[in-house]
Structures are given as structure tokens and as C-alpha cells.
Design a protein around this ligand. Sequence first.
Ligand SMILES: [Zn+2]
Length: 408
Amino acid sequence: MVLRPPASALKFDLVTKCATTKARAATLHLPHGPVQLPMFMPVATQASLKGLTPKQLEDTSCRLCLNNTYHLGLKPGQQTLDAIGGAHKLQSWPHNILTDSGGFQMVSLLKLAQVTEEGVRFLSPHDGTPMLLTPEHSISLQNSIGSDIIMQLDDVIATTSPDHARIKEAMHRSIRWLDRCIAAHRNPSTQNLFCIIQGGLDLDLRAECTQQMVARDTPGIAIGGLSGGEAKDLYCKVVHTCTSLLPDLKPRYVMGVGYPEDILVSVALGADMFDCVWPTRTARFGNAITGTGTFNLRHAAYANDFRPVEEGCNCTCCRPESEGGLGITRAYIHHVAAKETAGAHLLSMHNVHHLLDLMRGAREAIVEQRYPAFLVDYFHGMYAGDKERYPGWAVDALRGVGVDLLAD
Ligand SMILES: [Zn+2]
């Protein structure tokens, strides 16, 4: 079978390449408007970001969020999505959406999921009947959702798996499944299919997979299967290996990464897009993400702390009322965090805004050719200048791209 290169529904404008690291600043033009790279994409499960309405998500300046195909496929289901005209209309979200393939959710949520060459077999969580998610069905669902970026179904194996033969099989199967996804894709001129590079922590497998995926010329490229508990130095080697083999003029998405340090180091290694449930999940436990670390507002120390969650933060939660914000204090969130969902909503707002703002700052630094100094400042702020506490993996990975965090 000869596969035509898929059409593209995006335009990638490379704005600046960092002169020291592999970082890039770009503008990605998608069907529902442009987004600035590098970027963080919040995850909106069940078509609503936990704790935030679409309007509140818009207020964080998010212009591209994730929806889960698995959840939308169950509820409201494909027929309803087709009738409504897709997920943008379903949730009144005028901006961009990226959907996952649904495979990862099945394998991670459903203990009885089984992968065969055909697809992922699982038992319906509704009534226990056997079901099968094939590459074709995943693409069909995502075509009904109408997301701006759709992901191929891939065969995901935990990077920590000791079964090398299985990792190799999954890598090759993911390539075969990409071919089936390309063939099944009904809307290549309005929806962008991204391939997903697999290969575990084996750099030779990753390199081979990258070359095979690049040859298929999808509009964007993802690096998958990471962020599953592997050592961070190994994670960095995989990202570095893959980005070194990728074309300059396509977006590069590292899946499942959300800790600020991990993102900033990955940007230095040449990655552009990230997603994670962590900022909103951790908000539900009372945690605030700030430039000086993550802290828990349920702690008694905050009962009488009348500062905003993060001083100088411009999010709706932190901004004073005189400037159109809510002027929420740490003491207030402490007061409601344990018993009210309002605390989680407010912290979700702040945490998502914090990550989007961090990416804005990183992008500005790349454009102005001062990303190395931005990294030095960031780690200095995060660890109050105590270099002995800097994580060794970050120091090593950044040294590999010309930035010495420990230099005086
Ligand atoms: Zn804030």
C-alpha cells in the first residue's frame, strides 16, 4: 500500500532558535486560531477542566486544551457528537482542542485491557461486554469530536518495563498503527494527525522509530510513553535523541509532562508542547504552584496569611479586586480548601495560569536570546539560590546543551 503524505491543517512559523540550547520559539497556526510555542496544554477531562468553566479556562489565556477521547466516546458518545457538530460546540469552546487516541486511558483505567495487532481489547465499563478500540475507530471518534489536533493510536508500554522484546514489538506496532490511522483519517484538511514516537528508554529503538515516523510526514510529532516513573536523566536522553532527528519546521509534543522544571529542561532539549493533569489534580489537594516551589495551603501556617497565592501573579484568583480580579488570599483558600470545592477551583485557576505564564516567560526569553539566563534565574528562585539542592539530572541535561546552572 502506498500512503500519500497526509494533508496538513496547521502552519508552523519558526520565530527564533536559541543560540545556545535547542530551544525554539514558534507560532503554530491551528484551525481555531494561533498558539505560541513553547506551550503548556491543560487537560480538560469530560469536556470541562476540573473546577473551571470554559470561560474561566479562557481567562487563564489558554487557547489549546486537551480532551479525552475515551471519556467523550462514552459520554455523550459518537452519535451525539456527530449531531451537535463536535466537541467545540458541545462545550462552547471557540479555541483549539487536542484529543488523545483513547488507548492510554483504556490501558491505564481498565485493568483487563489487552493489546493485539487489531487494537486494544477491553470490557465495557458500563455492562462488561467485550469491546475493541482499533486505530480506525480511534480516528473515527476523533473525527467526530472535531479536535484541531488528533493523536494516533499507539501501543504504550511503561518505560520501566523490563520486557525489551515487548517494548520493541510495541514500537513497530505503533508504526503500523500510524499507517492505519493515516488511511482512516477523514478530515486531514481540518484536523492535524500527530504520530507518537515509542521505543521505551532504548535510544536505538527511539532513533529508529523517529526516522520511520518522520518519513510518514504527519503535521506534528509527539514523543510518547514517557513520564511513567523513569529516571529523569534517562527521560532527558530520550527527548534529546528524538529532537535531534526531527525536522525543524514541525511542532514537537512531549506527552504527559507538567512539572515546571521538567518542562523548562525539555524546552532546552528542543521540545515545544506539553500536557499534564498535575496542575489541576494537585490543586484538589490544596497545592499551589509558584516560582518558589509548590506549597500546601491546608497547612496551618496559612490560616492568617493574607497575601495572594503568589505575589505579583496576574491570574483571576490572585489579582486584586481593584484590578478586576478576585483578590483571594492564602488564608481564604486555607479556610475553604479542606471542605469546599471552591478552594480547588481557585487553585486550579492559579496553577494553570502559572504554567501558561511560565511558558510565556520562557518564550519571550528565547525570542530575546536570553533563555540560558532565564533557566539560571528560574532554578535560583526555585531553590532560593541553594545550588546543592538543584536536581542533578537537570544540571547534567542543561550542561549537555551549553547551560551551566552551577557556574558563578
Ligand atoms: Zn495566581
